[in-house]
Design a protein around this ligand. Sequence first.
Ligand code: FMN
Ligand code: SF4
Length: 404
Amino acid sequence: MKKNKLKFLFKSKKIGKVFFKNKIISSPISINMAKDGLVTKNIIDFFSNLAKSGVGMVTVGATAISKQGNDTLKGMMSGKKIYFDGLKLLSNSIKKNGSVSSIQLYHVGSQGNPIHSNHETVGPSEYHFKKIGVRSRALKIEEIIRIEKEFSDAIIQCYKSNFDFIELHLAHGYLLHEFLSGYFNKRTDNYGITFKNRFKIIKNILEQVYQLEPRLKGRIGFRLSANDYVKTGFNLQTVKQLVKNLDKFNPAYYVITAGLYETAKNKYQDMKLGKYWEYAKEIKKITKTNIIAQGGLTNLYLAEDLIKNNCADFVGFAQSLIADPNLIKKTIRGEEEKIIPCIAHLKVGSCHRCRYLKQKDNTFSCITPTSWKPSADIVSKKNIKKDLLIWEKINKEVYGKYKK
Ligand SMILES: Cc1cc2nc3c(=O)[nH]c(=O)nc-3n(C[C@H](O)[C@H](O)[C@H](O)COP(=O)(O)O)c2cc1C
Ligand code: SF4
């Protein structure tokens, strides 16, 4: 065991009163397995399995604050009474299995696709998503006020259902990011034109939440985009301006990411080069709030270096943990050669099986033999067998051999 080599990573830490046994976070992952927005057994199994993997915190992926904010009919939802029991079961199960729990809340905004969601798409302004031919409608003021309330209801509900932290998705081109970004937000009223106005929706949500539930201070984290790869979108300079404004609201942490749906290619290339970690390092220089660096992390030694080199306070893993949830345990045992890597980390664009929006039937599963497998009622055994055959084929192409 080379744990002494990983002493920064395995040192415990606190955010407020919440104790983290280490600095490894499982990044937000949505698996699109809800039923009518409700938490299902597969969802509980998936995130509990991540909690068991030894991470310090599990982040449940994008959970919509309303039907209009959902990207598919199988996305998780929050805010209404009906969702409470499932959310509580989920957060309790994550905690019972040894990890701090966080849940990411979002509204899909203009990047939604009616084919998957069965509803129109809306955003701060009209937007034509040329790649899929979808045009979204600009929200009216009264609708924005309703969305602020829906966010506030969902945040408070998730806190009451026992999540330690609530993460607001302010990145990847979803609604709150769209309001902040000059690329999407062309409004001429007091939700547009200046940065102060574009920040208004977030300010209103946070003020409402803290007024109704002051215990949420220090419990809200934010996912931020350090680069949208489009003119008038976010870059390092604008994200620093955002951080300075968010810092006034007592945030728990910032997770640093980049890219929109339109600019996914740039994003994957940047990630492979470790650019996200450089962004994290730059942002860390201007704030005292905890920074989570993530994107393209393939092993714990890389993660240790990021913390040691002041790029981050915590590190986030998604695909490496999906592909092999035993990554941490195998590393601790000194069995690194037995870790099954994510194929997409080895070769950009080689595999996207887990990205459910890219699948015809919108199903989530990972093609590696070590990954968590959903129960057969959601993804058939036949499907899983097919995935494993694809894995062997891709793996042979990428590696030239099948690793055991
Ligand atoms: C299946 C899957 C689902 C994801 N769901 C979300 C999500 O709900 N919210 C989010 O902000 N990012 C989501 N991501 C992005 C990850 O959190 C992460 O930023 C990205 O995969 C890069 O990190 P990695 O190289 O460790 O995988 C998802 C990624 C995958 C593979
Ligand atoms: S399905 Fe493919 S891209 Fe997704 S985690 Fe598994 S190996 Fe990686």
